[in-house]
Design a protein around this ligand. Structure first.
Ligand code: NAI
Ligand code: MG
Length: 496
């Protein structure tokens, strides 16, 4: 039996509109491939303007009914979706693992994060309130109303989390959606549709697979879309923001990162700190916008940290995502692999010292995969490898002595998504967190994401916050309604 069969995949997928996979309109398709063997897993419709238009119309028709659906019922449906994903988790996680090359332990974690998102916004749907106050002779009511059809575009690195981040708050708030998954990682989202069809009314959640310049561009330009949400590279984020400006619709963006992770000399458990810093770099095989890829290590502990870091990186077990002992697996595609190896060369050329790793290694039976040994560079903050988002297992270590200069360098980057720091001094932790320009600051544990933590970027890392109650404000606009108990006595043009 082929892997696709075993995982219950369909041979072909098309646009999911009105709770059905539609017959393909244009007939064009692309391949979903096993990321490390190259085996074809399925064919997926390459949607364009026509399919996007049908999807937006379906979402627009479903909107009045969905908006009028009591929040309690929307909430109940999100809880059902959470339960369905939970029951299907082992299969969905395996699909992601082979589709994008990540180890199973991580893709299972992704789906658990997704489940927590559906549950969080199931609760938030009911507790999302406007506000009100008395005014002379009456009352002001400020209501929160959904926008209508939301156009959402997501990347390939953590498809389960990205799908949940977009679907959950938007539909909780009463919007309907058209979502475009990434061309490298559409399968688990398309499989999710099979659950959606059992739970939600037709047209509330629509998925149009395809390429960015085709389905993505058609979605961002569609006049029936009232709100845009995007996660991906800052380059494309700018294009989406431009499309939003063109039509004057709100845009929320979650973009790249080049996050600092700072080790202070007062740390007491150096092994734990180094392990956490490795996790910060290599989770998602380094393909995470949140990755802590600039490690600032204080001079007093520099040698001790480096010794453990290099030994730790060299111990990392590289292998297929489905092998139980794998720590680091392959990058999503050959394109991404080449891009990362290109950055290794850039680092060497600009004079950074490659201390370990940075080579492509073969893994038997997975010859198509880009498995790259974790790279540690000794670098300066202004080097390109310390300034640009590489999206692979590549760490730049920067030595520091002077606190103010270190803070300046930590902030000297166009991004501002996250930051980490390790210290045993509470006052130092608090004051440093205050000075870092980042949407999240994790003290003594990188990636410390709990449901309800605002997740968003400063500077070029984005606009808006996901993952929290505030996100519902991003998916609604305020309407002021005033009530007077009676019409005022004529004062504008009284009869004499
Ligand atoms: P990308 O930003 O091109 O892709 C993200 C999504 O945008 C995909 O669904 C894609 O189809 C869509 N898209 C692309 N062009 C579009 C357009 N003109 N209009 C509408 N939608 C469009 O990211 P890509 O090319 O896959 O990765 C390149 C680099 O971007 C990575 O190496 C990484 O540095 C960064 N990246 C950052 C992510 C993050 O979460 N911060 C996620 C993915 C990539
Ligand atoms: Mg691209």
């Amino acid at each position: 039996m082929s892997l696709s069969h075993e995982l219950g995949l369909s041979e072909t997928y098309s646009a999911f509109i009105n709770n059905e996979f539609q017959p393909t309109i244009t007939g064009q398709s692309f391949e979903a491939r096993h990321s490390s063997t190259g085996e074809q897993l399925a064919r997926i419709a390459r949607c364009g303007k026509v399919e996007v238009d049908v999807a937006v119309q379906a979402a627009a028709s479903a909107f009045p009914g969905w908006r009028a659906t009591p929040p309690e019922e929307r909430s109940a449906m999100l809880l059902k979706l959470a339960a369905a994903v939970e029951a299907d988790l082992p299969r969905l996680a395996r699909i992601d693992s082979i589709d994008i090359g990540r180890r199973l332990f991580e893709t299972e974690l992704d789906h658990r994060f997704a489940i927590s998102q559906y549950r969080y916004f199931a609760a938030a749907a009911i507790t999302h309130e406007g506000f009100g106050r008395p005014i002379p002779g009456g009352y002001l009511v400020a209501k929160r109303e959904p926008y209508g059809v939301c156009g959402q575009i997501i990347p390939w690195n953590v498809p389960a989390i990205m799908t949940a981040f977009k679907i959950a708050p938007a539909v909780a708030a009463g919007n309907t959606i058209v979502l475009k998954p990434d061309e490298n990682a559409s399968l688990s989202t398309l499989e999710l549709c099979k659950h959606v069809a059992e739970i939600f009314p037709p047209g509330v959640i629509n998925i149009v697979p395809g390429f960015g310049e085709e389905a993505g561009a058609a979605l961002t330009a569609h006049p029936g879309v009232s709100k845009l949400a995007f996660t991906g590279s800052s380059e494309v984020g700018r294009i989406i923001a431009g499309a939003g400006a063109e039509r004057l619709v709100p845009v929320s963006l979650e973009l790249g990162g080049k996050s600092p992770n700072i080790i202070f000399p007062d740390i007491d458990d150096i092994d734990a700190v180094v392990d956490n810093a490795m996790f910060a770099t290599m989770y998602c095989n380094g393909q995470s916008c949140l990755a802590g890829t600039r490690l600032f290590v204080h001079d007093a502990v520099y040698d001790a940290v480096m010794e453990r870091l290099v030994a730790g990186m060299e111990r990392v077990k590289i292998g297929s995502g489905l092998a139980p002992d794998t720590v680091l697996s392959n990058l999503v595609s050959a394109e991404q692999g080449k891009r990362v190896l290109g950055y290794i060369d850039i680092g060497k050329a600009e004079g950074a010292r490659l201390v370990t790793g940075g080579r492509r290694v073969p893994v038997e039976g997975h010859e198509a995969g880009y498995f790259i040994t974790p790279a540690v560079f000794e670098a300066h903050n202004r080097m390109r490898i310390a300034q640009e988002e590489i999206f692979g297992p590549v760490l730049s270590v920067i030595r520091w002595k002077d606190y103010d200069q270190m803070i300046e360098e930590a902030n000297d980057v166009r991004y501002g998504l996250a930051a980490g720091l390790y210290t045993t001094n509470l006052r130092n932790a608090w004051e440093t967190a205050d000075r870092l320009q980042a949407g999240s600051v994790w003290i003594n544990q990188y990636f410390n994401l709990a449901s309800g933590s605002p997740f968003g970027g400063f500077k070029e890392s984005g606009i808006g916050s996901e993952y929290c109650h505030e996100t519902l404000n991003m998916y609604t606009h305020l309407k002021a309604v005033t009530i007077q108990t009676q019409v005022a006595q004529p004062w504008f043009a009284p009869r004499s």
